[in-house]
Ligand binder design. Sequence first.
Ligand SMILES: *[C@@H]1O[C@H](CO)[C@@H](O)[C@H](O)[C@H]1NC(C)=O
Ligand SMILES: *[C@@H]1O[C@H](CO)[C@@H](O)[C@H](O)[C@H]1NC(C)=O
Ligand SMILES: *[C@@H]1O[C@H](CO)[C@@H](O)[C@H](O)[C@H]1NC(C)=O
Ligand SMILES: *[C@@H]1O[C@H](CO)[C@@H](O)[C@H](O)[C@H]1NC(C)=O
Ligand SMILES: *[C@@H]1O[C@H](CO)[C@@H](O)[C@H](O)[C@H]1NC(C)=O
Ligand SMILES: *[C@@H]1O[C@H](CO)[C@@H](O)[C@H](O)[C@H]1NC(C)=O
Ligand SMILES: *[C@@H]1O[C@H](CO)[C@@H](O)[C@H](O)[C@H]1NC(C)=O
Ligand SMILES: *[C@@H]1O[C@H](CO)[C@@H](O)[C@H](O)[C@H]1NC(C)=O
Length: 409
Amino acid sequence: MKWLLKTGFCLFIAVCVRSEICRTSKDEEGECLPINKCPGIYVKQADKQISDDDLKKLECGSTYAGPKVCCTLPEQKVCRLPTGLLGECKPLYACKPVIIALGLDKIESEFVQRLSCGGTDIRPEVCCGELFNNTEPERYAIAPRSLCGLQHYDDYFHTDNDTAITEFPWVARIAYRRSPESYVEFLCSGSIISTKYVLTAAQCLNDDLEPLFARLGEYHSLNETDCAYYPDISADECTDFKDLKVEKYIRHPGYDNKTGVHDIGIIKLNESIKYTDYIRPVCLLSSKIPRPKVTDQLAISSWGWTRQIYNIFIRTKFRQKTRVRLTTADECRQHNITLQENQACTIYTNTKTCLYENGGPVVYSYKHQWFQEGIALSGMKNCVGLSAPLLYTNVSMYVNWINETIFSN
Ligand SMILES: *[C@@H]1O[C@H](CO)[C@@H](O)[C@H](O)[C@H]1NC(C)=O
Ligand SMILES: *[C@@H]1O[C@H](CO)[C@@H](O)[C@H](O)[C@H]1NC(C)=O
Ligand SMILES: *[C@@H]1O[C@H](CO)[C@@H](O)[C@H](O)[C@H]1NC(C)=O
Ligand SMILES: *[C@@H]1O[C@H](CO)[C@@H](O)[C@H](O)[C@H]1NC(C)=O
Ligand SMILES: *[C@@H]1O[C@H](CO)[C@@H](O)[C@H](O)[C@H]1NC(C)=O
Ligand SMILES: *[C@@H]1O[C@H](CO)[C@@H](O)[C@H](O)[C@H]1NC(C)=O
Ligand SMILES: *[C@@H]1O[C@H](CO)[C@@H](O)[C@H](O)[C@H]1NC(C)=O
Ligand SMILES: *[C@@H]1O[C@H](CO)[C@@H](O)[C@H](O)[C@H]1NC(C)=O
């Protein structure tokens, strides 16, 4: 009904009609629309008649509310609403919004005639819009469950220590320049949590050394386009990184750079991220997801450091992953580290790969979706061979702050 009122209103505003032509993998012409505006596909998805893989193939963009799909016009039952959007052609009696609106005298029968798309006089068919009750706001702060924490890698590829190109697509590298003449250095990481925001540690957001841009979708740090050949699936996977400027950054107001308490912050990017297989958001925890317990394994992924002669450390070229084991504050105390409020202690389980890096996501997978448990906080690079600790900021303590900060910035 809301839709009908909006439609009526839109009839007078040309701006409401906007289309973006796309091509499907079968090279058919379609229109790139939010999935809920593409009845054919939306219905199939709701009825689970289309696999997630096939759905991914139709993806042509995203909005705050979900993916956009390449919606093909020739599909028989698809029709155009007076707004220019697509609807589904169906018998009038089956079009709930029109029936309700007619019953409440909200629309004229003349308007219904304009929706006519076939049928007979006795059994007229109308172009029926909005197949579900869309009460979600356009502006989605935190990536919704339907989009976050998914990695193409999980679809087919499983080895333990190697990183795949499509693994951890939410990892962002944060770039700095110590002086205008110096080169760019990636001193921190962060995680994509929505189309415009990257979560990181507050210590990475210094007014003295400001973050410049976030590099998304990077795998091999020296190559513009990274490709890896996977014999398991006889296919190449390629990724182009994307740099987006830091528009602004926000440290947690309680952050204290001496004690390190509330070490969490948010970066707002200058434009919306277009999600791909290589650039996607991670999920933040909700109360419905089981939390990791002491002794559980968590994953981190970053460009590690390798020690060269004279104690010089250089970054690894490929993104790596490793695991840490959640442990008690006591175990960290044995390493002479005292936890601050809302911090947790972990220990590297694979002593060959230690990826000390601040701001990066500490994640775990639950039912094939990845959730961010923490923000890595670390210092020393020479952790190889040691059962070194890694602290993290407990993100679930800050979900409300994150949400509010995003909404008000
Ligand atoms: C849409 O949702 C609202 C709020 O949840 C509800 O009040 C309304 O009845 C729903 N409308 C339809 C047509 O289902
Ligand atoms: C992964 O690394 C660990 C620690 O180095 C090793 O024990 C394990 O065998 C490796 N697994 C594979 C599949 O290579
Ligand atoms: C990176 O580039 C080098 C040479 O330019 C090439 O040999 C290597 O295969 C590339 N690596 C990836 C992951 O694309
Ligand atoms: C955002 O930043 C990137 C990298 O600096 C730049 O290429 C792009 O044009 C910027 N977008 C807008 C809308 O300013
Ligand atoms: C810590 O914060 C204070 C006050 O905001 C600032 O003056 C100081 O430079 C900061 N120190 C470091 C190491 O960033
Ligand atoms: C912790 O500190 C004590 C006292 O300074 C020192 O003796 C001990 O070696 C330290 N332990 C570690 C693991 O660094
Ligand atoms: C993180 O915070 C949540 C509460 O939001 C708490 O239940 C959980 O135990 C904390 N995790 C750790 C490892 O302390
Ligand atoms: C985020 O904040 C908005 C606006 O304050 C609120 O409507 C929404 O429910 C919040 N979401 C979460 C996950 O807290």
